[in-house]
Design a protein around this ligand. Structure first.
Ligand SMILES: C[S@@+](CC[C@H](N)C(=O)[O-])C[C@H]1O[C@@H](n2cnc3c(N)ncnc32)[C@H](O)[C@@H]1O
Length: 223
């Protein structure tokens, strides 16, 4: 299974790193097909879960796996085109015997249109690839089109969380998302976006602080 080639501009960097260990390769070959979202057609949200959460670009899956452990009654879908990250997430899923996570190895923009209207309680987009140069801004995941999909996918009252430590991305995301009248930015004080939300789980990537500003956290609620 390889990430599909989206006809759109690519929003991610590499899709492969170091060769996978035999164990990781085994998980990609055996476990991934069992928990992958279907290759085509509508992606259904199983009724046995009371809530549904989507994480876009989960990296090594630390946040996804920890949230799925915390919320066993919630169904999670994680999407990531970097196979080494997917292999790490699969390791966490197996080690914790999680039965509430489905994955897609590829571009989230191929899956969003296949998800049902108003089915998701939460969408996480945490530290997306920043594409800080203006000429690359069309490669940022947050665009008018993806914002429209977030609106369509979230249940009324559902939450979209975007985090970044890149100032240009923070400005860009706020500009795009605040254009959507269906989304309400929940911040009322600076600490609401300057401090990590109480339920956040920090990842290794985040602690590297590769950006040019302190991390910011934007929680938007679907009206
Ligand atoms: C900077 S990393 C952050 C990873 C993780 N969210 C974290 O906070 O540790 C951004 C991730 O988004 C993924 N990504 C970029 N574009 C994507 C897309 N269109 N669909 C799904 N994932 C994407 C990248 O492959 C990368 O792993």
């Amino acid at each position: 299974m390889t990430p599909q080639n989206s006809p759109e501009l690519r929003t991610f960097g590499r899709t492969k790193g170091r060769p996978l260990s035999p164990r990781q390769q085994g998980l990609v070959d055996d476990l991934l097909p069992r928990i992958a979202v279907p290759d085509s057609g509508p992606v259904e949200l199983p009724q046995r879960f009371s809530q549904h959460i989507l994480e876009i670009g989960f990296g090594g899956g630390e946040h996804l796996v920890a949230q799925a452990r915390r919320h066993p009654g919630t169904g999670f879908i994680g999407i990531e085109p970097y196979v080494n990250g997917v292999a790490k997430a699969l390791t966490g899923i197996e080690e914790n015997s999680l039965d509430n996570v489905r994955l897609h190895l590829g571009d989230a923009r191929d899956i969003l249109p296949r998800l049902p209207d108003a089915g998701l309680d939460r969408i996480y987009l945490l530290f997306p690839d920043p594409w800080p140069k203006l000429r690359h801004s069309k490669r940022r995941f947050v665009q008018d089109r993806t914002a429209a999909e977030f609106v369509r996918l979230l249940k009324p009252g559902g939450l979209l969380r975007v985090a970044t430590d890149v100032m240009a991305y923070a400005d860009h995301a706020l500009e795009v998302l605040r254009r959507r009248s269906e989304l309400q930015w929940l911040a009322t004080h600076a600490d609401d976006w300057r401090k990590p939300p109480a339920d956040h789980i920090t990842t290794r990537y985040e602690t590297k602080r590769l950006g040019d500003c302190e991390p910011v956290w934007f929680d938007f609620q679907r009206r």
